[in-house]
Ligand binder design. Sequence first.
Ligand SMILES: NC(=O)c1ccc[n+]([C@@H]2O[C@H](COP(=O)([O-])OP(=O)(O)OC[C@H]3O[C@@H](n4cnc5c(N)ncnc54)[C@H](O)[C@@H]3O)[C@@H](O)[C@H]2O)c1
Ligand SMILES: N[C@H](CO)Cc1c[nH]c[nH+]1
Ligand SMILES: [Zn+2]
Length: 427
Amino acid sequence: MTITDIRETGLAAASGLLTRPVIDVSRLEETVGAILSEVRSGGDDAVRKFSLQFDKVAPERVELTAEEIAEGAAMVDEELKAAIRMAKENIEAFHRRQERSEDVVETMPGVRCWRKSVAIEKVGLYIPGGTAPLFSTLLMLAIPAGIAGCREIVLCSPPDAQGRLHPALLYAAGLVGVTRVFRVGGVQAIGAMAYGTESIPAVYKIFGPGNQYVTCAKQLVQRDGVAIDMPAGPSEVAVYADETADAGSVAADLLSQAEHGADSQVVLVSSSVAVVERVLSAVDEQVALLPRAAIARKALTNSRAFIVRDGQQAMELLNEYAPEHLILACDDAERLASTVVNAGSVFLGHYSPESVGDYASGTNHVLPTNGAARAFSGVSLDSFVKKITFQQLSREGLEAIGGTVMAMASAEGLEAHARAVTIRIEK
Ligand SMILES: NC(=O)c1ccc[n+]([C@@H]2O[C@H](COP(=O)([O-])OP(=O)(O)OC[C@H]3O[C@@H](n4cnc5c(N)ncnc54)[C@H](O)[C@@H]3O)[C@@H](O)[C@H]2O)c1
Ligand SMILES: N[C@H](CO)Cc1c[nH]c[nH+]1
Ligand SMILES: [Zn+2]
């Protein structure tokens, strides 16, 4: 991790260092675009070809039967099943409270307007599985989809070398009401859910995180009219640590996101040189103990530490960076949290590790990365619905508003618009 002192120079010295380690975008788009168009024209055969090429396995039948799902789920031990059920309860509780009943608004006498949330009928959930089977992501996506009332919930995830999906993923799928399960991953899975193949149905909106290939594929299929949740790419965390922070805990938080992938990025910000030194030496000690040390070490080479003047400069830097996750490991976390404008999800104080949000606290872990938190929110119940507006006017209402509509329509030169009003009130 490089250390940059911006106390004197200010934010300008940091700006070049706040970029993420992305693959060359034009080449990425070219590669991913070519796979997508082959899946679009070639269907299942193309999916099989790319599964063999990238995942070294391509089961003849990609959809799992109900029996296969149940058999896989039965292999999960009771302790993990109980943990998954507890996480489900918390995620469900948090997302249920996002349901809103909306008022009918009478904007003028006789002019009533209202809005209703209606579930997106067919949704596709991508569950990453390249280097770790992220069954927790299925809870994050399928639970709000179920609450929203989505009719068809399709799951795609890359299989292991034997062509199987992880038992915990299958247990979770049964628990949260997924309707169809496919062992297909990567760009080919996104293409299949966007365009449909002989085996895999097309959906209206695709959700889920993934590596840079998967994220790029989601962004490209939008051009063909498929909606996506957001760019949810390689994981990130930024930690602001003051003198009250425990170096070992902060190091563990940084490594928790570094271990996701070689292209993950973690950022440490502190006004204390001593804190930065203590955290980085704890990172060195802890990384050696991780089963995924090689991945985490690569991610650390993309990662940064900044020494800032104070909490205010830290927040200016962090708002500029717009991290997926922000941990405020300091004694005035509530005050600093009120100044956050760009972040996916924020963790306050010394007892709120980011990993609780990844699994079980209740908040959603599918979050915007690569600076997208400047404009995008993480997944929520709203992500699975459309808000349809309705209106109903009485004759009196139309008479009251008619003059306004006619004046504006005439000024835009759209006489048929005006006539749709006059023809009614002149009767
Ligand atoms: N932002 C979020 O909310 C969030 C949540 C969870 C995970 N993540 C991120 O998701 C990612 C998961 O990545 P992963 O790789 O483990 O799993 P993945 O399922 O996203 O990607 C694996 C697939 O990538 C495809 N692939 C690999 N190399 C390719 C190449 N050269 N060309 C075309 N396709 C290729 C393969 O088909 C493979 O099945 C991590 O970066 C993790 O940090 C993000
Ligand atoms: N931290 C990831 C989001 O960036 C989510 C996750 C799933 N499992 C563990 N972590
Ligand atoms: Zn994580």
